[in-house]
Design a protein around this ligand. Structure first.
Ligand code: ATP
Ligand code: FE
Length: 335
């Protein structure tokens, strides 16, 4: 069976074609218009989705070597995300399902970030249920007990900023362009992670907080730039490395706690921040010490993409979990 997946929850328009659990194509059109504003402008995002969606889907079908008439079902992101962006993808998916008379499948974007581990294109095996899913992205930071494909329970989450937001906001303070996460990662590789000490939040249980770290970076920079206006440029690599290592430290300590509390030692990460090299290295170290069994997505499945929607489309298609044309997009949508 051929399944088309469509993702349009934020600022990337993406379409993927699957043959069962195998990816035939995964096309992503990013939107450059937001760079000059230092963040995503929702109104501009929905307009760009409207321009991109038809060519992106055409390209995905072409690369897969099929036509739309070969499709068995169409899956799309129902939420969470920006309402205007979600509406473009869902309206397109509904129209196509109506025109082709094929089933329509709705997908929760955050479930999809974790279910990428079931895409059949690596030699590694997928995690077994139950496992701990870790959604680390631009809008979320959650530890999720994944009992089955569509039975997930959040056991820890951020009380304020998301982890990706922390990267982007602190990166902005370091004068890095949006999205700053990948830039911080790059500069970290050249810096000393022990050079500067930023505050580690003290949050109970499995919840996270990143606003204190952000404030600690802000006050530190204000103090230092008063003494030396070029402080940031002169110390960029060390600032990035020190910040990133603190974030890794926060994440790994919470995961240690979660493993202890649940007895589950399989950790599967997902979301844009799972592309981060510091986080990947720290997890692999845990694996090498035989402490955890870790599952790390391919880079192309970390940030927003339609392959993650396509795999959920396949998993729901198998179970006949279809939706109808009355389904409505959800800006907030629990995992
Ligand atoms: P959500 O999935 O919560 O709705 P989103 O879809 O906007 O949010 P993603 O595309 O999953 O978010 O992730 C984007 C985030 O990932 C941005 O904050 C970006 O800075 C961050 N990011 C991407 N690559 C890296 C990296 N190598 N290191 C750190 N952060 C990164
Ligand atoms: Fe996302």
């Amino acid at each position: 069976n051929y399944i088309l997946g469509i993702e349009s929850s934020c600022d990337d328009t993406s379409a993927a074609v699957f043959c069962d659990d195998k990816v035939l194509s995964n096309i992503v059109a990013t939107q450059d218009v937001h760079k000059q504003y230092g963040g995503v402008v929702p109104e501009l995002a929905s307009r760009a989705h409207q321009q991109h969606i038809v060519p992106v889907v055409d390209q995905a079908l072409k690369k897969a070597g099929i036509t739309k008439n070969d499709l068995s079902a169409i899956a799309f992101t129902r939420g969470p995300g920006l309402m205007g962006s979600l509406l473009v993808g869902s309206s397109f998916a509904k129209s196509l399902s109506l025109a082709l008379e094929i089933p329509l499948i709705e997908v929760n974007h955050m479930q999809a970030h974790l279910l990428v581990h079931f895409i059949n294109d690596t030699n590694s095996k997928p995690p077994k249920f139950p496992f701990l899913g870790v959604t680390i992205s631009g809008g979320h930071t959650q530890i999720v007990k994944v009992k089955d494909y569509f039975d997930m329970e959040v056991i820890g989450e951020t009380l304020d900023d998301a982890i990706g937001e922390a990267f982007d906001k602190c990166g902005k303070m370091f004068n890095l362009p949006y999205p700053a996460g990948p830039q911080i990662d790059k500069h970290s590789k050249l810096g000393d992670p022990k050079k500067f000490e930023f505050a580690k939040p003290n949050v109970k249980g499995l919840d996270f907080s990143f606003s204190g770290l952000k404030t600690s970076v802000l006050y530190f920079l204000q103090k230092q730039t008063k003494l030396n206006p070029n402080f940031i440029e002169e110390n960029l690599n060390d600032l990035c490395a020190s910040f990133q290592s603190k974030v890794v430290d926060i994440l790994i300590s919470k995961l240690n706690k979660a493993v202890k509390q649940t007895g589950i030692k399989q950790i599967a990460i997902g979301g844009g921040v799972s592309a981060n090299s510091g986080i990947r290295e720290a997890l692999l170290e845990k694996q090498q010490n035989n402490q955890w069994n870790v599952f790390i997505p391919k880079f192309e499945y970390c940030t927003d993409n339609a392959a993650m929607i396509g795999i959920v489309g396949y998993l729901k298609f198998k179970q006949h979990l279809f939706t109808d044309l009355a389904t409505a997009s959800k800006a907030r949508y629990a995992i």
